[in-house]
Write a protein that binds this ligand. Structure first.
Ligand SMILES: Cc1ncc(COP(=O)(O)O)c(C=O)c1O
Length: 433
């Protein structure tokens, strides 16, 4: 019976060229390319980028660079990066870590990172995205169960996609939902004979909320699981020493596998995982994205050593960052803006409007107020919501904040009085929005 249906459906189906669908449907974001590319997405950056940058020949205040501590342009950082480039070129070491991509400097950086985040050992990753995917892949077998936050970053979702066994999501930062799913996962694990991996983030990068790590860890009293935390936005910005969200919440020791990238407060490229030595020893022989891809180049290794040293020895960098975070967030709140429930440097501003209105609004911000920030719309967030995402850094000055607050008041007024609706009417009609 099944066989007949199978052949019937084959008969009915017209096979087509693979690219036909791609040409017809460019995807939820791709469909905006003709309206957005080069301006809203893939804007071309020019010259040095700090609290200010040049955009289409005009100076703008920049709120969309993850250089939290303002390290990227410091002369002492550039000197180390430059010296490493001169000595080693961009390629060194040429091979994958295991075969021909390992040096004393890689090892030194791992030791220093492990000490900084209070773990026994750490292992470098050439990119965070692939690195955490492989970490998830290596930590679980088909009998194990993954339970992860519904708002997890794409790299976690992609890592979970590699998993051959069961997975459950829990509602974002919702401990009741986590508990329910841990109960289901525990029942399942009792059948399969596997274990449970819970995955959350130190800071959720869109809304800026810290993961409820303390509450998650408390559930270890009731359930048997291991915790992996992606602390991309927490590392360098949270905690007394800058060791991240675990330190901030006082539960760093209970994070079983800690992940952070160099792409944010370290103003570089690369990432690392940190855990007990036995776990790192296992991971370094089982992370496919590291075993079969090139090692982190020396420029980034030596650069990261310098950056880590500055993180440790110059607490004023983090103090300057937080001075700006607090001034910006309290200024926005005082003006009645909805900045959601952020508990980190990530500063979202929520407004109501369509995608075409959001485009008109951001154009106004950039062209008439000299403010450059990221815009997030559906399908990343619910339809009808506009999220302007501001990333304060240590390099911003009070004038940047004051000008931004004035500009935000002006654009809110125009959004509410329908100016952007009128300006974007043609785009709305063309896009059927
Ligand atoms: C939460 C989170 N995890 C992982 C990554 C990926 O890190 P990388 O840029 O090092 O690949 C990012 C983005 O940078 C991120 O925001």
């Amino acid at each position: 019976m099944l066989k007949i249906n199978y052949f019937c459906s084959l008969e009915k189906t017209r096979m087509r060229d693979l690219f036909e669908r791609i040409k017809e449907n460019k995807g939820p974001l791709g469909k905006w390319a003709s309206q957005a590319e080069g301006y809203f997405v893939f804007p071309k950056l020019e010259g040095p980028i700090s609290n200010r940058m040049s955009f289409r020949g005009k100076e703008v205040i920049t709120w969309s660079i993850n250089d939290y501590l303002g390290l990227a342009n410091l002369p002492e950082i550039k000197a180390v990066d430059g010296a490493a480039a001169l000595e080693h070129g961009a390629a060194y070491p040429m091979g994958a870590r295991m075969m021909s991509g390992h040096t004393d400097f890689h090892e030194q950086l791992q030791n220093e990172l492990a000490e900084f985040v209070e773990k026994e050992a750490s292992y470098l990753l050439n990119f965070g995205y692939q690195g955490i995917m492989s970490t998830i892949d290596a930590l679980v077998s088909k009998d194990d169960i993954i339970v992860y936050d519904l708002d997890a970053h794409a790299c976690i979702i992609d890592g979970v996609r590699l998993h051959m066994g069961k997975r459950f999501t829990f509602k974002h930062n919702d401990m009741e939902s986590l508990e329910k799913n841990l109960e289901r996962a525990t029942k399942m694990a009792e059948l399969t004979g596997g274990g449970i991996l819970v995955i959350s983030e130190g800071v959720f990068g869109m809304r800026g909320e810290q993961g409820k790590l303390k509450e998650i860890v408390a559930l270890k009293q009731k359930f048997n699981f291991r915790l992996l935390v992606d602390d991309a936005h927490g590392f360098g910005t949270l905690g007394k020493t800058g060791a991240g969200a675990g330190e901030e919440q006082g539960i760093q020791a209970d994070i079983d596998v800690y992940f952070a990238t160099f792409a944010k407060s370290m103003a570089g490229i690369g990432a690392f995982i940190a855990a007990d030595k036995e776990i790192i020893d296992y991971l370094k022989y089982n992370l496919r994205s590291q075993m079969f891809a090139k090692s982190l180049p020396m420029i980034y290794v030596k650069g990261a050593l310098k950056r880590l040293d500055m993180l440790r020895t110059q607490p004023e960098l983090k103090a300057n960052l937080w001075r700006n975070v607090n001034a910006l967030q309290s200024g926005l709140k005082a003006q009645g803006f909805d900045i959601g429930t952020t508990t980190s440097c990530v500063t979202p501003v929520y407004l109501n409007g369509s995608i075409p209105e959001a485009m008109a609004l951001v154009k106004d911000l950039r062209e008439n107020h000299g403010i450059f920030c990221s815009i997030v719309v559906y399908p990343v967030i619910p339809k009808g919501l506009i999220l302007l995402r501001l990333i304060p850094t240590a390099t911003h000055i009070q004038e940047d904040i004051d000008l931004t607050l004035t500009a935000f008041s002006a654009i809110r007024e125009r959004l509410e009085n329908g100016t952007y609706k009128r300006l974007s009417a043609a785009v709305s009609a063309a896009m059927g929005e």
